[in-house]
Design a protein around this ligand. Structure first.
Ligand code: GDP
Length: 478
């Protein structure tokens, strides 16, 4: 039995950073995803006077708890998985098309490209996987379902337009997920294109160009004229190299659903990304709450393939039901087991849909804090003007009640949008509207997902409300 640092932190109800520090003081350098052996776990537990007696029960119906210890020698480099985000009309779709077509690998020309939710290109003998639904909504919807599949974000900013509201949203979404950003300054062919202005504007959001002493790569390009695309791909490889992305291809496959639908002819089809192991035709598989045997696999070039390794996007058929985007899949040793686990998952799913899911709201915040679930309150602030948003941010960031920190994960001027709710959902955040209201569809979504939205007109009232909530002194609203 082993646990990663992150999982151990969760079990001990400590911040991962604290565990990492503790490990460091014991002379062990570790990262959050690192597996710890039994002895180390015991050592850490004894530091916190916790007995390691409860046997870690492996719940096979919950894929997230299934431990897989890969030996370093089993790990192999895998292609990075890239998402393209940015403001509408800044050229995300054009860029995705440009990348796809720049790179029709010799010998593969003639293959009919097939939409399977993602595609792969090859440069300098290395592959890169692009998710081809542009935008941060898809990205964060998946994250809200517990699926983190993106390694790198390309932030597209039009050189003639500059930083716009959805640019800022995209930055917040990528940062909330801890995914590195490469800035693609697009439309550089335009007469009024101004690269320096984009660099300048983005410094305000913590994206400082390397040539200005920062750490962010800015890649000027023209998606329309297909210029600068190769450079962008090379930058992606560079960032991927630093990340040391690895996976073990020699085990049963696991991964995530990118999209799924019911096809009239083929039945349920799932477009999935393999993240660990290798998926093969005939594999008994559980996908979300659906199960079956992989009947056929088709790649992004429209070819039937027999197996797919880490970071490969493919379309599979053979399931008994249509899963959902963001669902995890996993291969089991035999079909009987896959069926049994699929059925348990399906009934659990129905159960949890019946039960309201646990969301933070200001009303029960204090309880969560006391139970140690929450050390940090995530907030999204939307206001009528940027000035008041900033004022509010300044005051809120100063709040410190018994060590609970306020973390502002996104701010913006304008109404509360669906994107705000999606982000709140993925990051368990509360949304504050200052002199603004939610858009109708955002309101509906918030109700559905039970996201707490607080509307105010006076800064003082916001501060007071948050402080009271942190102290457990919020007056109940009837
Ligand atoms: P998206 O909404 O971000 O997906 O943007 P699109 O890819 O649909 O592009 C919006 C518009 O910008 C389209 O009319 C594109 O032809 C145009 N466009 C995209 N890239 C470039 C570029 O590099 N240069 C110029 N001049 N126009 C571009």
């Amino acid at each position: 039995e082993s646990l990663t640092v992150g999982e151990l932190a969760k079990k001990l109800r400590k911040e991962p950073a604290e565990i990492i520090k503790k490990l460091f003081s014991l002379g062990i350098m570790a990262t959050i995803n690192q597996d710890l052996d039994k002895d180390t776990i015991e050592l850490i537990c004894s530091e916190y006077n916790v007995e390691v007696e409860e046997k870690i029960v492996i719940d096979e119906t919950n894929f997230e708890t299934i431990e897989e210890v890969d030996q370093p020698q089993d790990l192999q480099e895998r292609p990075p998985v890239v998402t393209i985000m940015g403001h509408v009309d800044h050229g995300k779709t054009t860029l995705l098309d440009a990348i796809r077509s720049t790179n029709v690998v010799a010998g593969e020309a003639g293959g009919i490209t097939q939409h399977i939710g993602a595609y792969q290109v090859e440069i300098k003998g290395k592959k890169i996987t692009f998710l081809d639904t542009p935008g941060h909504a898809a990205f964060t919807t998946m994250r809200a379902r517990g699926a983190q599949i993106t390694d790198i974000t390309i932030l597209v900013v039009a050189a003639d337009d500059g930083v716009m509201p959805q640019t800022v949203e995209a930055i917040s979404h990528a940062k909330a997920a801890n995914v590195p950003i490469i800035v693609a300054v697009n439309k550089i062919d335009k007469e009024n294109a101004n690269l320096d202005r984009i660099k300048q504007e983005l410094t305000e959001y913590g994206l400082v160009a390397e040539e200005w002493g920062g750490e962010t790569i800015f890649c000027p390009l023209s998606a329309k004229q297909r210029k600068g695309i190769e450079e962008l791909l090379e930058y992606i490889l560079l960032v991927a190299e630093v990340q040391e992305l690895k996976a073990n291809p020699n085990k049963r496959a696991r991964g995530t659903v990118i999209e799924a639908e019911l096809d009239k002819g083929k039945g349920p089809v799932a477009r999935v990304l393999v993240q660990h192991g290798t998926l093969k035709i005939g594999d008994p598989i559980v996908v979300g709450a659906a199960f079956g045997r992989v009947r056929a696999m088709v790649n992004d070039k429209g070819r039937r393939i027999k197996e797919a390794g880490p970071s490969t996007p493919i379309e599979i058929t053979g399931l008994n039901d249509v899963p959902q985007a963001g669902d995890q899949f996993m291969v089991f040793e035999d079909e009987k087991k896959a069926r049994a686990i699929g059925e348990v998952r399906a009934s659990k799913l129905r159960e949890s849909e019946r039960r309201a899911n646990t969301r933070v709201s200001l009303d029960d915040l204090f309880q969560h804090i006391q139970e140690g679930d929450i050390k940090e309150l995530n907030l999204i602030i939307k206001g009528d003007v940027q000035g008041s948003v900033e004022a509010l941010r300044g005051s809120l960031e100063k709040i410190d009640v018994n060590g609970t920190r306020i973390k502002i994960i996104h701010t913006g001027a304008g109404a509360i949008t669906e994107s705000d709710i999606t982000l709140a959902n993925a990051s368990n955040a509360i949304v504050i509207g200052f002199n603004v209201r939610p858009e109708p569809n955002a309101r509906n979504m918030a109700e559905q997902e039970q996201i707490d939205i607080r509307l105010h007109r006076v800064i003082y009232n916001v501060i007071e409300e948050i402080e009271s909530a942190l102290k457990g002194m919020l007056d109940p609203v009837y």
